[in-house]
Design a protein around this ligand. Structure first.
Ligand code: CTP
Ligand code: ZN
Length: 156
């Protein structure tokens, strides 16, 4: 048997019955995706994570499988900022019920911190942060500061 012809990840983690599979995450970024979803050290969710799996498309990729949970739109948007190549698969009764490519939203409000300490969104004023997204970069709508790399560090 030619092992390379096995489905990607198929040898590493078992299929799930119901839930969400986030596939094609950039190699090494699965843990960031978990943090974005609010899944930290103590969790009662049933999770499988595979990192740096060989991928026929992109060299290496990570996969996260979360049983008994389907992600909300905001959660998918957060993932899109970090893992624009990711695919979200909703699994029902062992089958892929829905497959979505994540899409970077045109603007993100409330969950990214502006890097400019002088920005009104970092003051005591009750102003929520808000950014426009342009070609993978985020621009603050208040002070024009740009986040072009390490977006994960700014996600609240
Ligand atoms: N998967 C799973 N449990 C299931 C069904 C699928 O964990 N009951 C996982 C697969 O292992 C894969 C992802 O969900 O990581 C998508 O499944 P599928 O569409 O069958 O795989 P591919 O065709 O390889 O997906 P793609 O074309 O998006 O790469
Ligand atoms: Zn700002």
């Amino acid at each position: 048997m030619n092992v390379k012809k096995e489905p990607e990840g198929g040898l590493l983690i078992s299929p799930i019955r119901d839930g969400t599979v986030i596939d094609h995450i950039t190699g090494g970024e699965a843990l960031v995706v978990l943090r974005i979803l609010g899944i930290t050290g103590t969790t009662d969710e049933s999770l499988s994570v595979a990192t740096n799996v060989e991928s026929r498309i992109s060299g290496s990729k990570d996969i996260v499988k979360i049983s008994n949970r389907e992600l909300s739109k905001e959660e998918v948007d957060r993932i899109a900022l970090l893992a624009p190549e990711a695919t979200i698969n909703i699994i029902r009764d062992y089958r892929v019920f829905e497959k979505m490519k994540v899409e970077i939203p045109k603007s993100v409000t409330g969950f990214v911190r502006c890097p400019n300490p002088g920005c009104i969104t970092n003051s005591n004023e009750p102003v929520e942060s808000s950014f426009e997204t342009k070609r993978g970069k985020l621009q603050c709508i208040y002070c024009d500061a740009i986040i072009s790399e390490n977006i994960a560090e700014y996600i609240i």
